[in-house]
Design a protein around this ligand. Structure first.
Ligand SMILES: C[S@@+](CC[C@H](N)C(=O)[O-])C[C@H]1O[C@@H](n2cnc3c(N)ncnc32)[C@H](O)[C@@H]1O
Length: 332
């Protein structure tokens, strides 16, 4: 969306100002909010395919641009086990391409109450048992980290989570990840004990030194809750955590913010499984265009589509904040 629009008297007005005006309550209600709700009620009745195609797509894009300018971005702890399986599949492929790897260090930023961390750690360890994975899990909320460290999830949901936190797990996966207790599921001790939990701010320049260079960093589903300028600054800091030639996984972020930072820092898009990962978390896709975190349908007609929709990047030298210590990599 262009930033400024011309008015009749030749002056310019900022889009944010216009959206603010339309959001100002009349009789306690936001006219823009009401307009968006009517649109949502209508568009939700259409199948996802119809919503994403033809004339409705540009209409959806315009709605999403307006939604993105509203000042209602806010954080929550929402998370799911095995939220995006293709993302994990690609992580395995990239690890397999490393030469003679015996150990691998991963940071999971904004890990919330731990579902994403346990999903990553358990998948990688069970599929590549010969590699020693070190996982550093970080969230800005001490409460979330305490919850994650305990690893106990109520089947009925809690103040942190809906009961759907398990909805993407099979019965077999539930058994392998948890031990069942009355009304709760507890992550097996052998999985819990192998994760380094800490509170920290992903935007803090000292984080890179605190954690040391990471072979792979996951930064999912939290940058979208920041305003675009703040998200851009935070993402630039996150890139510094990745060791040269390591990988950054970043989804749940405004696409313009991600592609600008990727472009500016010459991050190399991993062009595999772009479609699969894009569609891999249905909760993001189905919320477009009504929520600011909603993920637009992938559009291969765009000349920049690979950079725009790619969520995994190789970080080629120069950004790491750490003086690299040569990692001992021994033959398996
Ligand atoms: C929606 S949850 C994301 C959970 C998980 N990454 C996932 O994809 O399922 C957002 C989390 O971001 C955390 N967060 C927000 N700002 C942060 C920051 N600057 N640094 C680290 N964590 C942050 C919040 O505390 C919250 O737990």
């Amino acid at each position: 969306m262009r930033n400024n629009v011309a008015t009749r008297d030749g002056a310019t007005m900022n889009w944010t100002t216009i959206v603010d005006l339309l959001d100002s309550p009349i009789f306690g209600k936001s006219p823009l909010g009401a307009f968006l709700r009517v649109n949502e009620a209508f568009l939700q009745r259409l199948p996802l395919r119809a919503r994403n195609s033809g004339l409705l797509r540009p209409y959806g894009e315009a709605l999403h641009a307006v939604v993105g300018v509203r000042r209602n971005r806010t954080f929550n702890f929402g998370t799911l086990f095995m939220r995006n399986r293709p993302q994990l599949e690609l992580a395995l492929r990239l690890i397999d391409r490393e030469e003679k790897v015996s150990s691998f260090t991963i940071a999971v930023l904004a890990c919330s109450i731990g579902a994403e961390v346990y999903s990553i750690f358990w998948t990688l360890c069970s599929r590549r048992p010969k590699i020693k994975f070190t996982v550093n899990a970080v969230d800005i909320s001490e409460e979330a980290i305490e919850f994650a460290r305990n690893g106990v999830y109520s089947l009925a949901g809690s103040k942190f989570t809906g009961e759907n936190i398990f909805s993407r797990l099979s019965k077999q996966e539930m058994d392998e990840l948890f031990q069942a207790e009355a009304g709760k599921m507890r992550v097996h001790r052998r999985i819990r004990n192998n994760i380094n939990w800490s509170t920290g701010d992903a935007a803090d320049p000292k984080l890179a030194i605190q954690l040391g260079p990471q072979d792979m960093v996951f930064a999912d589903n939290f940058l979208c809750h920041m305003n675009p300028a703040e998200a851009g600054r935070c993402l630039r800091n996150i890139v510094r955590l990745v060791r040269p030639d390591g990988y950054l996984f970043v989804s749940g972020v405004d696409l313009d913010v991600r592609s600008k930072v990727a472009h500016d820092l010459s991050l190399v898009p991993v062009k595999e499984m772009i479609d699969e990962i894009h569609e891999g978390d249905i909760s993001l896709r189905k919320d477009w265009p009504f929520r600011y975190w909603g993920l637009e349908p992938l559009n291969k007609r765009r000349p920049d589509w690979q950079m725009r929709y790619c969520s995994v990047f190789r970080v080629v030298g120069g950004h790491s904040a750490n003086v690299l210590t040569e990692k001992a990599r021994v033959v398996e």
